[in-house]
Design a protein. Structure first.
Length: 285
């Protein structure tokens, strides 16, 4: 049962996260995670749009998206290797060992046509990120009047922000610095175009800026940390789900931000108790 009328589309990356130490692979990737977490957080509808390879790794993600109720009608399977990243855990924190640049998806950018954009208009927000190879398409989504959410992660360059941020409505990033540095970064980010910008800061919680005011949210206490993979993505998905749902229902922006941040912090804390990004691990030899 959906709690919010939010419709969210993840457009971009899918990968399997391969845990060598467990001989287990998990479905993941920023855009897949946000679509699945959106569903878990109470979205009325979520979908994923992107390219898969045609190996057993691709099959795992496609299968799990079906099981979790995420629509995939705009996906395609291409002949080649699916994206993966190899990960190990050290004290519950993930360490990336290597990845294959998105596999076949990295070599074949998804070019949006008029029919794709027509489909996207059925959603309140389209989410993408800096591992998605979708940068050249963002302007089309924005020009079609569809809000764009984008995860800049923690490794975007100044030049990348300047090129990408003007096409983004809701900007997200990870940020390690002090409170003041985080605030300066968010100010700069909103000056490039986004309406809202949020910096997630792990155990320090997160800070959001709406162009006028800063909102700080503490991290919710962690009951049991199994795996921090997906913590940032779950924060994004839950915040978007709640914020868009609340504003659609007529709540004022400030209250919607505060309530959605608090809810997102609790949601992300719960995700840290799951293995992989959202479970569904599969053993391999």
């Amino acid at each position: 049962m959906s709690r919010y009328s939010t419709k969210l589309l993840g457009f971009g990356d899918n990968v399997v996260d391969i845990y060598d130490h467990l001989k287990t692979m998990y479905p993941g990737g920023n855009c897949v995670n946000v679509s699945v977490y959106g569903k878990m957080a109470g979205c009325e509808k979520t979908a994923y749009m992107g390219y898969f390879g045609d190996d057993d790794r691709a099959e795992l993600i496609i299968d799990v998206l079906g099981k979790t109720g995420v629509e995939t009608v705009k996906c395609k399977q291409l002949h080649g290797e699916n994206g993966y990243s190899r990960i190990t855990l050290k004290d519950g924190d993930r360490e990336f060992l290597d990845f294959n640049e998105g596999g076949i998806r990295g070599k074949t950018p998804y070019i949006l046509d008029r029919f794709d954009l027509e489909y996207m208009k059925g959603f309140d927000v389209v989410h993408s990120g800096n591992y998605s190879f979708t940068e050249s398409e963002l302007h089309k989504i924005k020009e079609a009047g569809i809000p764009v959410s984008f995860d800049f992660s923690d490794d975007s360059t100044e030049e990348y922000y300047e090129k990408t941020a003007p096409h983004v409505t809701y900007a997200f990033c990870s940020f390690d610095g002090t409170d003041e540095e985080a605030k300066e970064h968010l100010k700069k980010l909103t000056s490039m175009g986004p309406e809202l910008a949020m910096a997630s800061r792990g155990a320090k919680g997160c800070i959001l800026y709406d162009g006028e005011k800063f909102f700080a949210q503490e991290a919710a206490p962690l009951e049991k940390v199994k795996d921090t993979l997906g913590a940032g993505d779950s924060l994004i998905a839950s915040f978007l789900t709640g914020f868009i749902g609340r504003t659609k229902a007529g709540m004022d922006k400030e209250t919607a931000i505060c309530e959605s941040l608090e809810e997102a912090a609790a949601f992300a804390a719960g995700i840290c108790g799951m293995e992989g990004a959202f479970g569904y691990g599969k053993k391999y030899e």
